[in-house]
Write a protein that binds this ligand. Sequence first.
Ligand SMILES: Nc1ncnc2c1ncn2[C@@H]1O[C@H](COP(=O)(O)OP(=O)(O)O)[C@@H](O)[C@H]1O
Ligand SMILES: [Mg+2]
Length: 277
Amino acid sequence: MTVAFARQDDIDAALRTIPQRTFRLLLRGEPVWIKRPRLRPGYIKYGLQTTTASMLGVPLLCPPRVCRGAAGLQAEARRLARLARKGWPVPSVLDVSERWLALRDNGRSVAQVLRELPPAKRTDMLRSALQFLQALHAEDGWHGAGQVRNFTRVGQGFGLIDFEDDLEPSMPLARRQARDILLFVMSAARFAKGEPTVIEALLADAHGRASPQVDAELRSLAPKLVWLHRLMGPLAPWTGPEGRAIAALGEAYRHLPPAQGPDNAAQIPSASAGTGG
Ligand SMILES: Nc1ncnc2c1ncn2[C@@H]1O[C@H](COP(=O)(O)OP(=O)(O)O)[C@@H](O)[C@H]1O
Ligand SMILES: [Mg+2]
């Protein structure tokens, strides 16, 4: 859908005065989210992440291929439109230009909602959000950037935003889904204050629902996370939320029961068409 020309002018005027890359505007009384293109190539960060992932032997942590500039906006708009057609709770694309992407509001960020909840309710909401993500996985879907901050609250359920990270075709479907789960659980560690068992609970939930291939992908990481946890364990409190997340994951994997049944020994396919993205 193309918005009225006057609205496009309003967006361009806002871009001249608002410095943020993503911001909310009220246009004709309707809240609209505006995203600027990603400009920096970020090759150094990409190279560092790729090198770290290969040194650790964890392909799952390879950074996604991300389109930048106007092409990146178009790519996110196309993916959102495709997911909306499948019935995913993603924001509708109001319009896209060379300079911005305009999206309908898709609810409050779950990260914001969680900060206002007492610890036990936070854990419940994190578990429900992970269940929602895995329900999409069960339909051969994946997000690509499954961090908690990319979930929104829509009524009593959830919505999703931020589809810039394009993992296709570099990763098999099971690995994309395992990556979603890992990013979700690691980002959840930020909200685990006062509830020390939340990471363990989320991992047990994730493994309980995951397909054998996703289960195997996640389990292949476990020894590395346990090793990292041992290495940096005493430093974890000073390493920020990511360090604490790795420590919590390493600890949780030490207690995770072994995989059940012959299916869990299934080979990970080297490629998968997938239909979710
Ligand atoms: N359509 C939307 N509905 C609700 N909130 C949004 C929407 N788009 C963006 N936001 C808010 O803006 C933040 C940044 O947007 P996002 O698309 O995640 O970009 P990025 O993380 O790449 O900067 C989100 O975490 C969310 O709080
Ligand atoms: Mg985001």
